[in-house]
Design a protein around this ligand. Structure first.
Ligand SMILES: NC(=O)c1ccc[n+]([C@@H]2O[C@H](COP(=O)([O-])OP(=O)(O)OC[C@H]3O[C@@H](n4cnc5c(N)ncnc54)[C@H](O)[C@@H]3O)[C@@H](O)[C@H]2O)c1
Length: 471
């Protein structure tokens, strides 16, 4: 990055985004693309990640999303910059998006449910220290309701404590602008969102952020609310989406017991316009960094306010998700004669869904661990997830020594008793299944947890086939 001050002159405003992750990277790239008059600096403490964002080979960005490399290629070095210069960029910013991670707390009060806000707090402290004049802070991370209050307390205390700050007229406005993008379709979701939600109580700050989005989004799609409604809406939105997945997944088991077919049931209910077709695709359970953590956060909030029935209701969505993964694992073991000792299985797909390299909370992780526990040797193949990222999910307690990663599906299938399809990558539909069959031990199984490979074609080749939600 060149000298920031000199370069800022030609831009109307400076945006700094703290956090160059799955949200910060794509979101800021799309803002930069649509707002050439704005300078967008994406900063991160993770040096490796920033190095990857600045990779000359645009196909090697740290995050894979269809269309993203193209946008970064167009804007990087022009009005979009990735760096570790957190302090410098905060200092020069008119608007700061906080897009840092907010995982579930691992220990202490609320462990296993509440969000760990230590990255939010440290961002707020950095902003309090380095920001100048009036700065609008935008909560992009998904946060528990009332987090804006915590951020404000940190920012205000810096104003009161620091004489230089008072002299500099350092002031802040906070706006909540939760992100609704889905990984795998992030660029399209950002370019054509169903809505943009902006919550806050400072009209000028809301107008400032609205004006950014108005550069490419129809103003009627921009919803403004109070701060707390915006924060809560994001949690509730994810809870509703995840609930649909758990609901349809719960019915897969019933289909398998009764002879109904889950895709037919989903089609039959989805054509009811009150229900709708989306998010009725059954599978091995939802993954990704958000659904589970956001629901658990909602559960924590409900319990905190004494709303125990509401908390139990939503927690069930997460429990059904885990149950589905366990159920599929058990089913595979049963079909393979009740034991996986000395058996080799190929795992096709490790990302939590197609078109992303994100593996956080991927159902593949839990299902693989269950199979490893039964003594299986696993050979993984995923078109976008790197070997290290897969192997890092396992250690000696989960039999990492029994895991291998292959570069092609054919290699992964060699000598295997079964292929477990866990991610719906399009390429799995058009594999050379005949050749794959030849290199496997017989009887050769395909377990299709995504219900998207032609069962009849596989059967004709000679495979034993199990497809989720069908008999
Ligand atoms: N991933 C999604 O699909 C998605 C969608 C909507 C909302 N969200 C929410 O957005 C937030 C970010 O998610 P993500 O998936 O991008 O996370 P991520 O882990 O991919 O990225 C977060 C980045 O923030 C950086 N960071 C943390 N503290 C920092 C600090 N003090 N200064 C500079 N950098 C710092 C980390 O190094 C990391 O690179 C979360 O709250 C998440 O719930 C995620």
């Amino acid at each position: 990055m060149g000298n920031l001050k000199r370069m800022t002159n030609k831009f109307k405003q400076n945006i700094c985004c703290i956090g160059a992750g799955y949200v910060g990277g794509p979101t800021m790239s799309v803002i930069a693309l649509n707002c050439p008059h704005l300078r967008v600096d994406v900063v991160d403490i993770d040096e490796e990640r920033i190095k990857e964002w600045n990779n000359n080979d645009i196909s090697q960005l740290p995050i894979f999303e269809p269309g993203l490399a193209n946008i970064v290629g167009k804007c990087r070095g022009i009005n979009l910059f990735f760096s570790n210069k957190v302090e410098e960029c905060i200092r020069e910013a008119d608007i700061i998006f906080i897009s840092v991670n907010t995982p579930t707390k691992k220990s202490g009060i609320g462990a296993g449910f509440a969000s760990d806000l230590k990255w939010i707090e440290s961002s707020a402290r950095q902003i309090a220290k380095f920001a100048k004049a009036h700065t609008v802070i935008v909560e992009k991370s998904t946060l528990p309701v009332k987090t804006a209050e915590t951020i404000k307390t940190i920012l205000d205390s810096s104003e009161q404590n620091d004489e230089v700050n008072i002299k500099n007229n350092k002031t802040f406005s906070i706006v909540s602008n939760p992100e609704f993008l889905a990984e795998g379709t992030a660029v399209n979701d950002l370019q054509n969102p169903d809505r943009v939600l902006i919550g806050g109580d400072d009209d000028n700050a809301i107008k400032l952020i609205t004006n950014i989005y108005k550069n490419w989004i129809d103003p009627t799609k921009i919803i403004t609310t109070n701060l707390w409604s915006a924060e809560l809406s994001k949690l509730v939105s994810n809870a509703f989406l995840a609930q649909r997945i758990s609901s349809i997944n719960s019915i897969t088991a019933l289909c398998e017991s009764t002879g109904a077919n889950i895709n037919e049931v989903a089609e039959a209910i989805g054509t009811d316009s009150r229900i709708g077709r989306k998010f009725l695709k059954s599978g091995p359970g939802f993954g990704g960094s958000c659904f589970k953590k956001d629901i658990l956060n909602l559960v924590y909030l409900c319990n905190f306010y004494g709303l125990y029935e509401v908390a139990n209701y939503w927690e069930q969505v997460v429990k059904v998700n885990l149950w589905q993964q366990k159920r599929i694992s058990t089913l595979i073991i049963r079909q393979l004669f009740g034991t996986l000792a000395n058996k080799k299985l190929a795992i096709f797909g490790f990302s939590f869904k197609a078109n992303t390299n994100d593996t956080r909370e991927s159902p593949s992780i839990n299902i693989s661990k269950n199979l490893l526990q039964e003594g299986a040797k696993l050979n993984f193949y995923d078109p976008k997830v790197k070997e290290g990222q897969i192997l890092n999910e396992f250690d000696e307690t989960t039999n990492r020594e029994n895991c291998v990663v292959s570069e092609t599906p054919l290699k992964a299938a060699e000598g295997c008793d079964a292929i477990i399809v866990l991610t719906e990558w399009e390429e799995f539909k058009v594999l050379d299944w005949e050749n794959i069959y030849k290199v496997m031990r017989k009887p050769a199984w395909v377990f299709d947890s995504r219900i998207f490979i032609d069962k009849e074609v596989l059967k004709k080749i000679g495979f034993q086939v199990w497809t989720l939600g069908t008999v």
